[in-house]
Structures are given as structure tokens and as C-alpha cells.
Design a binder for this molecule. Structure first.
Ligand code: BES
Ligand code: ZN
Length: 641
């Protein structure tokens, strides 16, 4: 399909820059690979595609390829070596501006090894510092550097902080703007780059990265250690370059999928991930071929700050999704779905992160429906829908934070909006035009825009051109601009309905009206039904009622992190003492921000009762958490919430 000529035709409408690459040159990726040429993705130039979180000026000079040659020093907590960047520069460009944060840059040279002038500018806490290199005609620059020991993307775990307790571990988290703490490049999601890497670690550690693994066992290096090599030949947003190193085992799951984990975790991880291959098939049946080769996952040590991260070819996962019954594997469907929404078509700026996360939440639910049927999917969709109302109630229906396209959201935004209102928007379109028609549209959207950045305006234009096609009545029904640019929830939103939830709501009302906890048929419920129940209970409950619930439903003994979290939120908000040691154990056992931050907030909100508990637990737990998690919790404890 002649993709780029199409873009050239739309260039006036959307301000797309082909950055020095001719249209025909990139038509046929296969021919390109044969000729050894690398695929170069376009950069958008419209005002809505300008990334305020990057110093880069890609219209003048941009990075197209990154080659890393790094050694991991676990004692010094540094990655050090070189990054060699291939560039495309406008004819009059004198310099290239890269992003960097805390990097110690020793030198910059051109391909011939001649020194190039460079300067590291003033740093700010969010973006770091611009690293400006005088090009002197260079098409390639080589930066010799080291990451700082406190690089925010990286967490260096001692053996004690791992599940296996024998070897140290390193992992990175790049999204949204953290990769500049270990890679000097243009760290903007709209500036796609191919990459390769050679990483040296001490024996007996292994390295995995978010690209093709070229030497799974590594190769011995003179002077000690082993070198591992990786390659990503498709242009990706730079936040998707990721690394993990440690005592890592592998188990195959199917012809193109497998799981990496510490040896003590690998069995449970593989069992929980048993449906992965089916998920890939279901995703392909919906939206077209999986374009990244293998789909592997790594289950990280419990300090990993997110549930999952969609690093291409290698999803990163928290071990807290392991419940023993696959009931939390929606997380896997979600990260897999990002292989289309997010990794193939990528938000050009973080103000449009709903294009990644909202599409993915919708897509995740479609995969769950395909694997487990409409009732489980409806329950999970209903839980997601409830999150929208939580945000609308908390902030007011006219609050600007409830807009999907939100230039004031920084790099984040309310997850109830970005994920859940985003998913509800797509579900509303689907139910208005019919599933078959919407599926065909989405499939064509991923094909048309594969390996390209996306903005809200471009998506709406594409939808109007290829789905609405001038149907004024349909346009009126969909309320597209209201969904994307205005706060609140448009009147055409469709609320997901679940029969199971109707029964749960009845049990909830009976208990709230004074009925015994022993009458709640909790043991027979799905995880989603249990969450519906726990989150729907009155927020204020007397101690004896909490004790009754805890005993009858065995809540404090739950091995399911989501239901345990929901219970602890309720219990701590009611100053229920027996939950304190349970919360303490949980907070010391993992560092996932989604669980950690709200529990500390709840404790802090309980003033003279909760604050000393929060401070005592945080003093012990903080050193085990990733910067993503401490960054949030530090504020909570400082502010006194
Ligand atoms: N890409 C996100 C994680 C992320 C978002 C990292 C924004 C940094 C900034 C990932 O796909 C995600 O959404 N993870 C969720 C799980 C999901 C099932 C909602 C999480 O970590 O909880
Ligand atoms: Zn996501």
C-alpha cells in the first residue's frame, strides 16, 4: 500500500514533514530491508503535534536511528558507553538538539571520530536539559556518556529486592519522558527511531530488551562479563526502548510467545499467561497482523511501578497480576493491544495519550470478549465505565481535566478519562455504526497509519473521511467534537450492562441495609464481581461490620492483589486496626504505584490515626520503590494530604 504518498497529499492539511525522506523510497519496507536501508517514519509539524516535554526541534534535525553500546555497572548503578545516532538534517541545519537528564557526557564525535562541539543547557526538573551538538555537516554523532546513579528510568535492585534474592536486577521504565535519563536522544513520541544495542553485564546475568534478541545466551567478553545484542528495525517512539537484566529464565508459551522471569517466578508466570497465544490470534482477527515478530513478556520483580508496560516484542509485567486463576490477565490483553494502539499508531504528544490508552482499553475489552465471552467483558467494561463517573463526581462535569484531548494534563491525565472515557467513546461509535463496520474501520486505521504519530485532530479527520463519509445524520449522532474536546460525558454514551453485576448490586444493598455478611455469595463470584461489591459498599462502616466482612469473605487473606487493595482501601479509610499489618505487608511486598499511592493517601487522610502509620511504613518501604512510585508518594506524605 502506498502509504507515504498519501501522507504527502495530506501534508498541507496536517502539516506533516517528511524530514528529508522521499515518498517513494519508503513505500516498500521489504525492498528497503533488502537494500539495507532503514525505514524512516514521518514527523508531524502541526501546532497540536509540538511536544512541550522535549527540547528537540525535529523539523531542523532529527534522530532516525540509535545504536547503543553500553556496559552495566551494578556497583556504581550506571550504564556507560556510547550512543551513536543517525540523523536527518535540513540543508541549513547547524546543530541538533537532543534530550538528556542527568547524563554525564564525556565527548561527542562524528562518524570519523572527530570531536564535535556540544553543550548541555540549563536543566528543569521535568524535562531535563537540552544537549545541543554542532553538526559541522555530520550525518552521524557518537556520544560517550554515563547515566547517573539516580536515573529516573532505571531501578537497580539489590539481590534482597528481587524475588530470588541471589542476584541484582536492573530494569527501565521509559514512558513518558524518562528514557532521556539513560539514552541521549530526541525523547519525544512523535520522533520515531529504529535502534540496536549491545549490552554488557557481569556473569551470570542475562539481558533482555524490547527488540529482536540476537544472542539469547550472550557472548563472552574479554575482561569478563557477557554481551547481549538486540535490534529493532521498525521505527518506534523512543519511550519504547526498554531493558531488563538479572537472573532471568525463559519459558516458551507458543510458536511466537514466551515469558521471561526470575527462576522462582517462572512457573506461576507461565501458568497465568497460558492464554497469550489465543489473545494474539484474537487481536489479529480483529485488527490485522501482529507486526512485531515475537510477543514475549517479562514478569519483573515486585518493585516494577506499573501493572504493565507495552515495550515492543517484550511486554513488562508486574508480578501482582498473578492471581492463580487468570482473573487479572486483562492486563496482558491490554499490553498486547498496545502492539496496535500505541506502538504502531502512537500519540504524537502526551496531551493525546487517550489515543494510546483509550483505544487500548477498548481493544483490550474486545480481546477479553473473544476469549472469555460477553459477560466477563461486560463486567470489566462496567468497572471501567464506573471510573469515569468517579472522576466526573470528584472534579465536576465541567472540569477541563475531564477532556480527552487535554493540553493541560502534563504528561499524564486522569486515568478515568484517558483510559475509561476514551474506551467509552470508541464503544459508543461501535454501537452506533455497528460492530462489523467499526471493526473494518479500525483495522484500516491501523494499516493506514502504521508506524506513524497521531493527534486527536488527525484521528477525527480520518474517521470522517473513512467512516462517516459525509453522512450528516451520523455525524450529528456521534458528537465527536464533544467527546474529544469538551469536558463531561456526552449524552450518547452507552453504559455497559452486566447481569452478574445486577445480582452483586442486590447483595450489596442487602448488606448495606443491615443484612449479614455471611449471606453475601462472595465465594462464587468472579474477580470483577468482587471488585464491584467492595468498591460499591458504603464508604463508612462500623468496626463490627468490617470485622464481619473480613471474616466471612476472608478479605485480608486474599491472594488477589486487586481485591486485597479494594478491601484495604475500605478498611483503612475506616481506621480498622486489624488491616494495618496486612497493609504493611502488602506495601513492603510490591511497588506498583496504582496500589501504593492510594493506600498512603488513605492513611494520610486519616490524620492523627493514619499519618504515623503511613510514615512508619514508608520509612521502610521507600528504599524498595521505583522513582515513579516515590515521586508520587513523596508528595502525599509531604503534603499531609
Ligand atoms: N502504557 C501504560 C503504562 C504507562 C502509562 C506508563 C503512562 C507511563 C505513563 C500501560 O499500558 C498501562 O496502561 N498499564 C496499566 C494496566 C492497564 C491494564 C490499565 C497499569 O500499569 O496499571
Ligand atoms: Zn496502556
Amino acid at each position: 500500500m502506498p502509504r507515504f504518498p498519501k501522507i504527502a497529499a495530506m501534508a498541507t492539511a496536517f502539516g506533516i514533514l517528511l524530514a528529508g525522506c522521499s515518498a517513494e523510497k519508503h513505500q516498500d519496507q521489504a525492498a528497503q530491508e533488502k537494500s539495507g536501508e532503514r525505514m524512516v517514519a514521518p514527523v508531524l509539524t502541526g501546532a497540536d503535534a509540538r511536544d512541550p516535554f522535549s527540547y528537540a526541534r525535529p523539523q531542523e534535525a532529527r534522530v532516525t536511528h540509535v545504536a547503543l553500546d553500553l556496559t552495566a555497572d551494578f556497583a556504581a548503578k550506571r550504564l556507560g558507553g556510547t550512543a551513536t545516532l543517525d540523523l536527518q538534517a535540513a540543508p541549513n541545519a547547524k546543530e541538533i538538539v537532543l534530550d538528556s537528564k542527568g547524563l554525564e557526557v564525556a565527548s561527542v564525535t562524528n562518524a570519523e571520530g572527530q570531536q564535535l562541539q556540544f553543550a548541555v543547557g540549563q536543566a528543569d526538573a521535568e524535562r531535563g536539559a537540552p544537549l545541543t551538538v554542532q553538526l559541522n555537516g555530520a550525518k552521524q554523532v557518537r556520544i560517550a556518556y554515563k547515566s547517573a546513579p539516580n536515573a529516573e528510568a532505571l531501578q537497580w535492585l539489590t539481590p534482597a529486592q528481587t524475588a530470588g534474592k541471589r542476584q541484582p536486577f536492573l530494569f527501565s521504565q521509559g514512558q513518558p519522558t524518562l528514557n532521556r535519563t539513560w539514552i541521549p536522544t530526541q525523547d519525544s513520541p512523535g520522533v520515531r527511531q529504529t535502534w540496536e544495542a549491545r549490552i554488557v553485564v557481569p556473569e551470570p546475568l542475562k539481558v533482555v530488551m524490547s527488540g529482536e534478541n540476537l544472542a539469547r545466551e550472550g557472548e563472552p567478553v574479554e575482561g569478563g562479563g557477557r554481551a547481549f545484542r538486540f535490534r529493532m528495525d521498525k521505527p518506534v517512539a523512543p519511550y519504547l526502548i526498554a531493558i531488563a537484566a538479572g537472573d532471568i529464565a525463559f519459558q516458551s508459551l507458543g510458536p511466537r510467545s514466551g515469558v521471561y522471569a526470575e527462576p522462582v517466578t517462572i512457573k506461576a508466570a507461565a501458568a497465568e499467561l497460558g492464554d497469550t497465544e489465543k489473545m494474539i490470534d484474537a487481536a489479529e482477527a480483529l485488527y490485522g497482523p501482529y507486526r512485531w515478530g515475537r510477543y514475549d513478556m517479562i514478569v519483573l520483580p515486585p518493585a516494577f511501578p506499573y501493572g504493565g508496560m507495552e515495550n515492543p516484542t517484550l511486554t513488562f509485567l508486574t508480578p501482582t497480576f498473578i492471581a492463580g486463576d487468570k482473573s487479572l490477565n486483562g492486563l496482558v490483553a491490554h499490553e498486547l493491544a498496545h502492539s496496535w494502539s500505541g506502538n504502531l499508531v502512537t500519540n504524537a504528544v502526551w496531551a493525546d495519550s487517550w489515543l494510546n490508552e483509550g483505544f487500548t482499553s477498548y481493544f483490550e475489552n474486545r480481546i477479553m470478549e473473544a476469549l472469555y465471552g460477553p459477560e466477563r467483558a461486560a463486567q470489566e467494561a462496567a468497572l471501567s465505565f464506573a471510573e469515569i463517573n468517579t472522576v466526573l463526581t470528584g472534579n465536576g462535569r465541567t472540569s477541563p481535566v475531564t477532556r480527552l484531548h487535554n493540553p493541560e494534563a502534563g504528561t499524564g491525565g486522569e486515568s478515568g478519562i484517558v483510559y475509561d472515557k476514551g474506551a467509552a467513546f470508541l464503544r459508543t461509535i461501535e454501537q452506533t455504526v455497528g460492530q462489523e463496520r467499526f471493526d473494518a474501520y479500525l483495522r484500516s486505521y491501523f494499516d493506514r497509519h502504521a508506524f506513524e504519530p497521531m493527534t486527536s485532530a488527525r484521528f477525527l479527520a480520518d474517521l470522517r473521511e473513512h467512516l462517516i463519509r459525509g453522512d450528516a445524520a451520523l455525524e450529528e449522532k456521534l458528537k465527536l467534537d464533544e467527546w474529544v474536546y469538551r469536558p463531561g460525558l456526552p449524552a450518547n454514551a452507552r453504559e455497559p450492562q452486566s447481569q452478574g453485576f445486577a445480582r452483586v448490586d442486590a447483595a450489596m444493598r442487602a448488606f448495606a441495609g443491615g443484612g449479614p455478611a455471611s449471606a453475601v455469595p462472595y465465594a462464587g463470584w468472579t474477580t470483577a464481581e468482587r471488585l464491584r461489591f467492595l468498591n460499591g459498599l458504603p464508604r463508612e462502616l462500623p468496626q463490627p461490620r468490617l470485622a464481619e466482612l473480613d471474616q466471612a469473605l476472608r478479605l485480608s487473606q486474599s491472594g488477589n492483589a486487586e481485591t486485597l487493595f479494594a478491601w484495604l482501601q475500605l478498611a483503612l479509610a475506616n481506621r480498622y486496626e486489624p488491616a494495618v499489618p496486612v497493609a504493611e505487608r502488602f506495601l513492603l511486598a510490591m511497588g506498583r504505584r496504582k496500589f501504593v499511592a492510594p493506600l498512603f493517601e488513605t492513611l494520610m487522610a486519616e490524620g492523627e490515626w493514619g499519618r504515623p502509620i503511613a510514615e512508619r511504613i514508608y520509612a521502610r518501604a521507600r528504599p524498595t520503590y521505583h522513582s515513579v512510585t516515590t515521586g508520587t508518594v513523596d508528595e502525599t506524605l509531604k503534603g499531609g494530604a
